[in-house]
Design a protein around this ligand. Structure first.
Ligand code: NAD
Length: 282
């Protein structure tokens, strides 16, 4: 079973982005700028936000993180995000999720101007994506497609099974696969006998958030398996939605956890920020 690791994919994308950023900086008169809004002190979110900043610096972007206490009035954050949306110095705005419970996620996604919504969560950007005319690409799903393309795994005409239908992974991933002419089966919590449906697929995308849900009963001989899930074992090690030992003798290739889909998301966030900065030129 081939391991579809992210490292060479990221190296290739990153190198190209560094070069493109040098040119863009001279045309724009400044570096692309990413602003992250972090509300509360969730330790995992703090790590993600720090990593986003480091990755932005590495490709030549500038960045800042705005911190708000967990108890903040949503109206205060909304006003600040609207100011950022209007600023000529800011290209990408991202509100780190999860947000505290006094915030409504469905409303928060509309606060960022669609032209700066580098997370691709604004309803307008989701509409454009489903329409086949995307402004930005959804970061994790686009990272998945980059891995398949790098390893020259064909998508067109293949049967793809997406396990999960969240707004952040399952739904936008299905849209991207359809745009690449795959035949998409989408299974979710209410699907009867999802294993039998998934067993028809040439390409399997596990994004259910259930540790080791996918085993040999879900996989047909020779299928390519992409594991989006992230779970931490009792020993602190990361694992995914797929049981790699169980599918070892069936799958032809699989993304490992860690080192597969996980690191791709930030890379695609940077691509979106670049794209947003580039759009400011016209
Ligand atoms: P979610 O909980 O929002 O959605 C899970 C989806 O899976 C739901 O649509 C649900 O119907 C479906 N589902 C649940 N149990 C199922 C079952 N038994 N059979 C079939 N479908 C089932 O989760 P999410 O935000 O989409 O995240 C999914 C996983 O991907 C999580 O482990 C998360 O940590 C991971 N994730 C990774 C990245 C990354 O790699 N950068 C980004 C986002 C999410």
């Amino acid at each position: 079973m081939e391991k579809l690791i992210a490292k060479p994919v990221i190296e290739k994308l990153s190198q190209s982005l560094v070069e493109r950023t040098i040119t863009l900086k001279s045309r724009l008169g400044r570096a692309p700028h990413l602003t992250v809004v972090l509300i509360g002190e969730d330790p995992a979110s703090q790590v993600y936000v720090r990593n986003k900043g480091l990755a932005a610096e590495k490709v030549g972007f500038t960045h800042e993180t705005l911190l708000f206490p967990a108890t903040i009035d949503p109206g205060v954050v909304k006003k600040k995000v609207q100011e950022l949306s209007a600023s000529k110095e800011v290209d990408g705005i991202l509100i780190q999720r999860p947000v505290p419970k006094q915030f409504k996620e469905s409303e928060v996604v509309s606060w960022v101007a669609p032209e700066k919504d580098v997370d691709c969560l604004h309803p307008e950007n989701i509409g454009l994506l489903v329409n086949g005319t995307p402004r930005f690409l959804p970061c994790t799903p686009a990272g998945v497609i980059e891995i398949l393309d790098f390893y020259k795994i064909p998508i067109e005409g293949k049967i793809a099974c997406v396990i999960g239908r969240s707004s952040i992974v399952g739904k936008p991933l299905a849209a991207l696969l359809l745009a690449r002419n795959a035949t998409v089966i989408q299974v979710h919590r209410s699907t009867l006998n999802p294993e039998a449906l998934c067993k028809q697929a040439d390409l399997v995308f596990a994004a259910a958030g259930v540790k080791h849900l996918v085993n040999k009963n879900w996989i047909k001989d020779g299928a390519v398996v992409v594991d989006v899930g992230i779970h931490r074992n009792a020993d602190g090690k990361l694992t995914g939605d797929v049981d790699p030992d169980s599918i070892q003798s069936l799958a032809s290739a699989m993304t490992p956890v860690p080192g597969g889909v996980g690191p791709m998301t930030i890379q695609l966030l940077l691509e979106n920020t670049y794209r947003s900065a580039e759009m400011r030129l016209v």
